[in-house]
Design a protein around this ligand. Structure first.
Ligand SMILES: NC(=O)c1ccc[n+]([C@@H]2O[C@H](COP(=O)([O-])OP(=O)(O)OC[C@H]3O[C@@H](n4cnc5c(N)ncnc54)[C@H](OP(=O)(O)O)[C@@H]3O)[C@@H](O)[C@H]2O)c1
Length: 330
């Protein structure tokens, strides 16, 4: 069987270009005893893939990333044909596995894209980052950057559920409208049109207790002077830096605000919230059922679109989770 996969051909400097990726056809053999053959259905496209293109991602090999697939053939005792499986073997159509790193997905009634966003890694990131790292308290004032993205849109809505005053920034009027009109954020800033520092000052009349930072750079510079005493900055990501050599950020010139306001700034990675997964899923499924959390996905069709999807994250081509669909959703 032939399988198309996405290779990195050349290490990007700055924003990647389509020509730095290739779609390559390879042979996939039939599964041997103890193996299974998986066909990927959806694959996740994540900002953190960009810094890895600088070195960690091998050249001329299938790239990796989160995926949900379906077992086409199984000679493995733990999996049967038709099972849905989650893996980190995205960026390819088919793969043969001995089962390592695969987990079965019990898609209990939600569409598959939900398991790759609001009920998956990005949902857990938002939940843990806000409730554990930032130790959010009910009724606080919260600022979320990249608020119309996958992590940001969930973080902003959890903060609303906790009775907070929520400010979100995003890069287009239509994203800001979604945040204000449908997700019911209290204030929104189109950072591409407004001067962030002044817009944030007027959007945060009570100051900011928690800044959930997805962006870094000028967003962080704008948030620091607005932070209230004992405020917390949960550093989830710094997408504004990822295309820079070494992911070097713009100078953070407002750090002195940390002193008298006794601020805490703490980074985190989603896997540290694994012990919370059962609680997270129970809360999130209830909120979804109650209509208190909405989610969106931008789904590009066909593996050939994977490079464009990755590059598109840096121009804001996605609302909610960026996914690529490889075959029809069962
Ligand atoms: N710590 C963790 O465990 C963890 C886990 C997952 C993700 N993350 C981080 O969380 C952040 C969001 O990830 P995600 O998967 O949810 O992606 P996402 O927010 O769905 O997509 C990225 C968004 O970032 C915005 N953006 C791109 N370049 C920007 C810039 N220079 N300045 C401001 N905004 C910019 C774009 O929206 P606009 O149209 O609004 O510009 C784009 O849609 C990323 O920094 C990522 O690395 C961290």
């Amino acid at each position: 069987m032939r399988s198309k996969e996405v290779h990195l051909l050349e290490r990007p400097q700055g924003l990647p270009t389509l020509g730095q990726f290739g779609i390559v056809e390879t042979d996939v053999s039939d599964p041997a005893a103890g193996e299974l053959l998986v066909e990927n259905i959806y694959m996740s496209v994540d900002p953190a893939m960009r810094p890895r293109l600088a070195g960690q991602t091998p050249l001329n090999e299938a790239m990796g990333g989160g995926a949900i697939g379906r077992v086409l053939k199984s000679r493995h005792a733990g999996f049967k044909e038709g099972d849905l499986v989650e893996s980190m073997r995205g960026f390819r159509q088919y793969f043969v596995s001995e089962g390592n790193g695969l987990s079965k997905l019990d898609a209990d009634g939600m569409p598959l894209p939900a398991y790759m966003s609001v009920l998956g890694l990005t949902g857990l990131t938002a939940y843990g980052g806000l409730l554990v790292t930032a130790a959010l308290k009910d009724g606080e004032s919260v600022f979320v950057s990249a608020a119309a993205g996958s992590v940001g849109s969930v973080a902003a809505q959890i903060a609303k559920i906790k009775g907070c005053y929520v400010i979100g920034s995003a890069g287009s009027d239509s994203k800001c409208r979604w945040l204000k009109e449908e997700l019911k954020l209290d204030a929104v800033i189109n950072y591409k049109k407004e001067v962030l520092r002044t817009a944030l000052k007027s959007a945060a009349p009570r100051g900011i207790d928690v800044y959930f930072d997805n962006v870094g750079g000028e967003h962080l510079n704008a948030a620091l002077p607005r932070m209230n005493a004992l405020g917390r900055i949960a550093v989830c990501g710094m997408i504004s830096t990822y295309n820079n050599f070494g992911a070097i950020s713009e100078p953070v010139t407002t750090l002195s605000n940390m002193i008298y306001n006794r601020l805490t700034m703490k980074g985190f990675v989603f896997y540290e919230f694994e012990p919370l997964r059962a609680q997270f899923l129970s809360d999130m499924k209830r909120w979804l059922k109650e209509g208190r959390i909405q989610y969106r996905s931008t789904i590009l069709q066909g593996i050939e679109q994977a490079p464009a999807a990755l590059i598109g994250l840096f121009s804001g081509a996605n609302t909610g989770k960026m996914l690529v669909q490889l075959v029809k959703d069962p």
